[in-house]
Ligand binder design. Structure first.
Ligand SMILES: O=C(O)CCC(=O)C(=O)O
Ligand SMILES: [Fe+2]
Length: 326
């Protein structure tokens, strides 16, 4: 079968550097605009709901997506990020915790070109790992303080994706795919990473905020860091042990990205409490999930299960007692 997988050069670059940027990977109109349109609907419904509750004085319907989200957030004083995320938060999951698992998001998770590239990296048995986010980061100067702390709204602290999942995923081949729905220049809070840092193994992280974890600054050699401004249509592939983070959004516009993860079928996702699915299986095509409604339902079922469990679900393995965290 013909695929649009990675070239040998791209494969070698990923393997050597621990990351790969492919410019113009997507056709933005065909691949990204349907996601944007779906999210316009999410924001529209949310704005109308907040307006009906008297939390905002206008639905701001005439504004573009970014301005509308900023105005609705600021006027309501609410952090609305979770309404747009297609994963549950790592803490405080309630029966009504918002989540968005729409068909355009599901199509992005199953995008054939992404799966072709992932197939080049880990083979044809591909599981969509549930560690995944839509990040809608408000401009820092127009932001809202996050009382719950479930989604990092500002700069993302240095970390390895391996470090934010449970140890069961340490020896897996999890790959991160990051792309922006529109241009993400440096000032919007682009990613930064340390090439080849995956070679140094898993670095100690320290607990951060209510649910997150990050690598302490003293363990990061910032001189080796590079910035990764991205254009709409570009895609970044990241090794699970590549140290990375993001800058603050000092622009005037929301920085809007998706990050997805994949691992070979059968490997641990590192967040077993959340639902993944078979995105591609050449060995057993019948096991692939093609139904967006079923995918959305799997998240609602998970939310119900976690919200009604007696004990808090736990995702963090790090202790602030580690010497480097002092
Ligand atoms: O988008 C960001 O700011 C951070 C993304 C990230 O850490 C990831 O995709 O793994
Ligand atoms: Fe990350």
């Amino acid at each position: 079968m013909t695929t649009t997988g990675l070239t040998d050069e791209q494969f070698a670059e990923f393997t050597n550097e621990g990351y790969l940027v492919v410019r113009n990977f997507f056709d933005p109109v065909a691949d990204l605009d349907p996601i944007i349109h779906e999210y316009e609907g999410v924001l529209d419904r949310l704005a109308k709901e907040l307006f009906a509750k008297g939390e905002i004085k206008s639905t701001h319907a005439e504004k573009d997506f970014s301005e509308r989200l900023i105005h609705v957030s600021q006027e309501s004083g609410r952090v609305l990020a979770q309404h747009f995320d297609f994963s549950l938060p790592q803490k405080n999951i309630k029966a009504d915790t918002p989540i968005w698992n729409g068909p355009a998001v599901f199509n992005a998770l199953r995008h054939p070109r992404i799966l072709d590239a992932i197939e080049s990296l880990i083979g044809p048995e591909i599981y969509s790992n549930p560690v995944q986010h839509a990040r809608l980061k408000l401009p820092e100067k127009r932001g809202i303080a996050d009382e719950v702390g479930q989604l990092v709204q500002g700069a993302t602290p240095w970390h390895q994706d391996n470090g934010v999942v449970l140890p069961e995923a340490d020896e897996t081949d999890m790959i991160t795919v990051w792309f922006s729905l529109w241009d993400a220049p440096i000032e919007s809070g682009c990613l930064e990473l340390i090439p080849r840092s995956y070679q140094e193994g898993l670095v100690t992280h320290c607990p951060l905020g209510p649910a997150g974890a990050g690598i302490p600054a003293k363990l990061i050699d910032k001189k080796r860091a590079i910035l990764l401004p991205m254009k709409r249509g570009d895609v970044l592939f990241l090794h699970r042990r590549t140290c990375h983070g993001s800058l603050s959004n000092v622009s005037d516009r929301v920085r809007w990205s998706f990050d997805l993860r994949y691992n070979p079928i059968g490997q641990d996702t590192g967040r077993k409490a959340f639902p993944g699915f078979v995105a591609r299986s050449r060995a057993n095509p019948a096991s692939e999930l093609h139904d967006a409604t079923q995918w959305a339902q799997s998240w609602l079922d998970t939310r119900h299960k976690i919200a009604s469990a007696a004990e808090e679900t736990f995702f963090n393995r790090w202790s602030d007692k580690a010497e480097v965290c002092a």
